[in-house]
Design a protein around this ligand. Structure first.
Ligand SMILES: [Zn+2]
Length: 154
């Protein structure tokens, strides 16, 4: 049985999101694949997709990070070209294209858990959501107990 989660600070929840952990309780293993997030946190029962469209916030974060990298590369090239007009542009184009494709893939799960942290700060869990989370944890504990007894039965 896990201990009931306390109300962590925004910084702590954001940090947990950055390391792909549950912002509410800090439990990891929230993904069954790189792009597949579990429905509920295995530690506290927090349901990540609290309403339809939850993914949009993660998408916006992912898009912002990718665009931020592209802007940095562009600004770096502009600075280098200002200092030396003969500097080659092809490394920036190739690097920008690779970053535009790779960054959203690599950052995908982080964007989801970071958004979960921000969403939790903006809209704290209602009493109904807290009760559902506790019920989900209790149901999982009960089913694992029953499995344990079934495994040990002769
Ligand atoms: Zn959790």
């Amino acid at each position: 049985m896990t201990t009931p989660p306390v109300n962590p600070s925004f910084g702590r929840m954001l940090w947990r999101g950055m390391i792909k952990h549950c912002p509410r309780c800090g439990t990891g293993n929230l993904f069954t694949g790189w792009f597949r997030m579990v429905e509920r946190c295995p530690g506290c029962g927090y349901r990540f997709e609290r309403e339809e469209g939850f993914q949009l916030g993660g998408y916006v974060i992912n898009f912002g990070v990718t665009e931020g990298l592209a802007c940095r590369a562009s600004a770096g090239y502009t600075g280098a070209a200002a200092a030396n007009p003969d500097v080659a542009v092809w490394p920036v184009i190739v690097g920008g294209l690779v970053a535009a494709v790779v960054t959203p893939i690599v950052f995908f799960p982080f964007s989801r858990t970071i958004w979960a942290a921000i969403d939790l700060v903006l809209t704290p869990l209602s009493l109904v959501e807290q009760a559902e989370a506790e019920t989900a944890v209790a149901a999982r504990a009960t089913s694992s107990d029953e499995r344990g007894q079934a495994d040990s039965a002769p």
